[in-house]
Design a protein around this ligand. Structure first.
Ligand code: ADP
Ligand code: ZN
Ligand code: ZN
Length: 745
């Protein structure tokens, strides 16, 4: 008897064994989908990971119902990647399955399964079309037949969708119907693709300038010795052009490239830029593409003629690559690369490196503001490091200036959100025919209080972190020492009743700008205005083609977009970027502001960046003003060493959830105690996290700050053994527990 170990798309760590019906034995293989019964449900799509003849002892083995495919949906590389993710991120394999496949590929019933797209086509019946079936009465039919013949010949095609006939030929459907009835034209259903096609390549890649060529050579040299290389290139230095050249090299060798970007907003511009060079060899994969389309891309990747290049967000790591030669992780510092909810909580950059390793391929990390971790890996020689310091065509770095909003407020010069100095600069830029970008960042995870007038933010008296406003209890809390404070409406700086929860800023800003500059066209880009499938594209295109003069938006605007006419970039309420209670807030704020600044600059005139802050003396601003990434990196590294954060420690956050608060509290304590027996002071907590209750589940967290010399696999095994002991206690059997390995905060 043949048995199959299968993985189910459920949060279960294990695989399950089923018997293979005899008639299926010849067809089934590893990576195939099958339908199996499980629990009290009859149909689950599962994937075969192993075939063997060892009858499981002491359990009743159920039979596989049916085999879904003729070919496997997973190849060996994918299976190894899934297993690595499950292992490293302490995540059930079933969760990896859920994350990896488009949902129509793991249907719960027939209605949900993938359907190919069909279209009614017409073609000429060559057998009789030349015979004399057309009488003198049907001149129109004869003319349509002629017209179709000519059209097909000219375009070298054999059929057309029926719905296109009236437009393409000028004849009505009734005339076509006549031809169909006489058997001269045949109507049939054709399976068609849902995917957008791109015209074949229209231009060659640009010739690199000498700095770029030097950087490209260095990257290539670096790949001879190291699997991973970091390209640290200032914005607009031509990193993307270098990527294009690297992709061309891969194509020559018949290898595939995966080009990862942190968010969908970036795929649009990139896609049009790359498709000019690579045409239809390029595929795109992200969450705004519907499930059927994604499935088609998957199928194409698994076919004999896969895409050579995939541009996509983190989920494209799961596609069935077969000849991967290079992975590019653009904007590698972006925290959007880390999956948060649901599991598996993988980091796409780090997973990309592992994926590349499986293929013996190289990974290029690119950024103008590398993450502290990656830069550290490069500086210490684990990765190669290549720098590109000049912007293309020597466009100068923008001048960065500051508007001290606290001062202005004191002098009663702030009316609303914009400082007079910035308003003047915008005005001048518009007069010169330049465009303007304004940021008002709004990160929503924890509400804060802020003085509407001076930007003052309440901080904890014993820790250097801003307090989080808990709306329900109307308390201000410190998430580091757990003290709580009563919020006051009066600002201690300006003594006005002006302290309010920070609202959604972009909308207000848009309103103010529209009032100040009634002749300019203003657009807004944030999560609210970019819900639709093509909304990013439209906003970006409008701005690029200068139909919009002022673009207001959140951080999504700062990243990687390439505009050529931006004279002024304004960053409103910049302090808000730095005041988040987590050890990365300064890093993120610095990166974001430097990236945002990178949007400014034109070929002939130096761009201007204006940062509005209540506290321009903060060190972060010093480094920004001097455009000093290295200095900033060193200061951050020193802090991380002092407080025990990556790269000096590995973080694992363990979350506990239950509807009863006491149970989750005691469970987390018990778990922490078990961990402490061997990990001692590396175990912190349990604490109540930022948001202590979600959907009626109370949450506690335990933070592990692990010494880097501990073996990750031994630590993992230990944590798993603790979990097993924990589960033996009946009170904690159903307590929800999850891990966030390399957690961001
Ligand atoms: P980065 O990715 O580092 O921000 P880009 O590759 O987007 O930089 O380059 C910035 C701009 O300069 C783009 O509009 C790009 O087309 C142009 N550019 C860069 N290098 C070249 C080149 N060698 N030849 C022509 N144009 C270039
Ligand atoms: Zn104030
Ligand atoms: Zn505190």
């Amino acid at each position: 008897m043949l048995y199959a170990d299968v993985v189910l798309p459920l949060p279960l760590a294990d695989t399950f064994t089923y018997s293979v019906p005899e008639e299926m034995e010849r067809e089934i293989g590893i990576g195939f989908r099958v339908v199996v019964p499980f629990g009290n449900r009859k149909h689950y799509t599962a994937i075969v990971l192993k075939l063997h003849r060892n009858a499981p002892a002491g359990v009743e083995v159920k039979r596989i119902y049916s085999l879904t495919d003729r070919d496997p949906v997973l190849n060996g590389y994918q299976i190894r990647l899934w297993e690595w993710i499950a292992y490293y991120y302490l995540s059930p394999l079933g969760d990896v399955f859920r994350a990896a496949l488009p949902s129509v590929m793991k249907p719960r019933n027939l209605e949900e399964r993938y359907r190919s797209k069909r279209e009614i086509h017409v073609r000429i019946n060559r057998d009789i079309a030349d015979s004399d079936r057309l009488t003198a009465r049907s001149k129109k039919q004869a003319a349509l037949l002629q017209s179709l013949k000519r059209l097909f010949e000219e375009e070298g095609i054999a059929s057309l969708p029926q719905k296109e006939i009236p437009v393409r030929t000028g004849f009505s459907n009734a005339v076509l119907q006549g031809l169909i009835e006489k058997g001269l034209v045949i109507r049939y259903t054709e399976e068609v693709s849902r995917l957008e096609t791109h015209p074949s390549s229209q231009r060659k890649s640009f010739e690199l300038n000498s700095y770029q060529q030097k950087a490209l050579d260095e990257v290539n040299r670096c790949f001879e010795e190291k699997r991973v290389c970091l390209l640290h290139g200032v914005t607009s230095s031509g990193k993307t052009e270098i990527y294009i050249h690297l992709i061309e090299q891969q194509l020559k060798e018949g290898k595939q490239t995966l080009y990862l970007v942190p968010e969908i907003a970036l795929t649009t511009q990139l896609m049009s830029r790359l498709s000019h060079v690579f045409g239809d060899q390029l595929g795109i994969y992200h969450s705004k593409i519907n499930d059927n389309e994604r499935t088609e891309i998957w199928q194409k990747m698994a076919s004999d003629s896969p895409y050579k290049i995939i541009i996509g967000v983190r989920s494209s790591l799961f596609l069935p690559f077969s000849r991967l030669g290079l992975v590019i992780v653009d904007e590698e510092h972006e925290t959007g690369y880390k999956q948060q909810e649901p599991a598996p909580r993988y980091h796409a950059r780090d997973t990309a490196i592992v994926l590349a390793q499986l293929f013996g391929a190289s990974t290029l990390l690119g950024s103008a503001t590398p993450s502290i971790e990656s830069y550290h890996n490069a500086v210490t020689g684990k990765y190669g490091l290549v720098s590109l310091e000049k912007r293309f065509e020597d466009i100068e770095h923008p001048v960065i200036s500051f508007e001290n909003t606290r001062e202005l407020q004191r002098k009663r010069k702030m009316k609303e959100l914009l400082a007079p100095g910035l308003i003047e600069k915008i005005d001048n830029a518009l007069k010169r025919g330049e465009q303007v970008i304004l940021f008002r960042n709004r990160r929503g995870f924890a509400p804060m209080l802020e003085c509407r007038l001076c930007g003052w933010i309440p901080k904890c008296s014993s820790c250097d972190v801003s307090l989080t406003y808990h709306k329900n209890s109307k308390e201000l809390k410190c998430h580091y020492c757990n003290r709580s404070f009563k919020p006051a409406a009066e600002c201690p700086v300006c003594h006005e009743q002006s302290v309010e929860p920070v609202g959604t800023g972009t909308e207000k800003l848009e309103e103010e700008v529209a009032k100040l500059f009634p002749d300019a066209v203003v657009a807004r880009m944030d999560t609210d205005t970019t819900r639709g499938k093509h909304s990013y594209e439209k906003i970006i295109a409008d701005f690029q083609q200068k139909r919009v003069q002022i673009l207001v938006g959140t951080q999504m605007l700062a990243k990687g977009l390439d505009f050529d006419n931006v004279g002024v970039v304004g960053i409103i309420a910049a302090d808000g970027l730095l005041n988040h209670p987590d050890f990365r807030s300064h890093e993120r704020g610095f990166q974001l502001m430097l990236q945002a600044a990178g949007r400014a600059g034109r070929k002939k005139r130096q761009g201007e960046v204006v940062i509005q802050t209540a506290d321009p003396e903060q060190p972060v601003y010093r480094y920004l003003r001097a455009n000093d990434y290295d200095g900033f990196y060193r200061s951050q590294l020193a802090e991380r060493k002092l407080f025990g954060y990556p790269p000096y420690k590995r973080l694992i956050t363990i979350l506990f959830k239950h509807k009863e608060e006491e149970r989750v509290e005691s469970g987390a304590k018990y778990f922490a105690r078990l961990l402490k027996q061997s990990l001692g002071e590396m175990v912190l907590g349990p604490n109540k996290p930022l948001i202590g209750r979600i959907r009626q589940y109370h949450i506690r967290q335990v933070l592990l700050k692990l010494d880097t010399h501990l073996s990750p696999s031994k630590t993992r095994d230990f944590i798993k053994s603790v979990e097993a002991r924990f589960r033996e206690n009946p009170s904690y059997r159903y307590l929800l527990l999850h891990y966030d390995v390399d957690s961001l905060s």
